[in-house]
Design a protein around this ligand. Sequence first.
Ligand code: ATP
Ligand code: MG
Length: 235
Amino acid sequence: MLVIERLEVRYGAIRALRGIDVEVRQGEIVTLIGANGAGKSTAIRAISGLVTPSAGRIVYHGEDIAHQPAHVLVRRGICQSPEGRRIFANLSVKENLEMGAYVNDGPRASIRTEMERVLEMFPRLRERIGQLGGTLSGGEQQMLAIGRALMSRPKLLLLDEPSLGLAPFLVQQIFSIIRDINAQGVTVLLVEQNAYQALRLAHRAYVLETGAVTMHGRAEELLMDEGIRRAYLGK
Ligand SMILES: Nc1ncnc2c1ncn2[C@@H]1O[C@H](COP(=O)(O)OP(=O)(O)OP(=O)(O)O)[C@@H](O)[C@H]1O
Ligand SMILES: [Mg+2]
């Protein structure tokens, strides 16, 4: 579904990605793990068209999308839930979800169907439907950010640190929702610092260190790897 080849991204003099190769197959959950500043969010932003690569290719369903703008990519089924949630604080939960369906130019009824699906998945958001986004708790905001991304009916969902700052119970809940979303046919690329949970959930994984992929393979193999356990799992 997605083949990233020798992708490079620079911010001025900083080389945030130094030629990474990553592949995501249809139906998979793939996770990118790595320390702060490794380039994880940069990779997500490059795939969603928010930063322009300085070299390399991002091939989606056979076509290089490296220089396509984000709004075009959302229409083609690539949508992200960004790091730090970035919900609209002064819009209600309902309005935030509707913003996610902005690219859905079908009939109003299809937006309602989609919203129903999202509210089914996140009952908490249904209870809070009229509340302003900015007054939601951290965990609720995270649910809203994921729900909003789902409103565009993504084929490839990019999640940047969905569990950041959440209590252990909510982390479990978010990971179980990601599993459900994937079971419904959505391919997922997940960026996480919670490497243990991410490796338990994902089919395959890539380890990023200062802009380069240093290791990749089946998630359950990486979970057993001595080096990974020491560096990322605190064992
Ligand atoms: N807009 C920017 N301008 C300059 N440098 C940037 C910019 N965005 C990111 N960087 C730098 O690029 C590198 C990679 O950043 P990135 O946000 O991709 O890391 P990350 O792996 O997502 O880290 P974290 O786990 O802390 O979210 C970092 O050194 C960062 O300081
Ligand atoms: Mg990041």
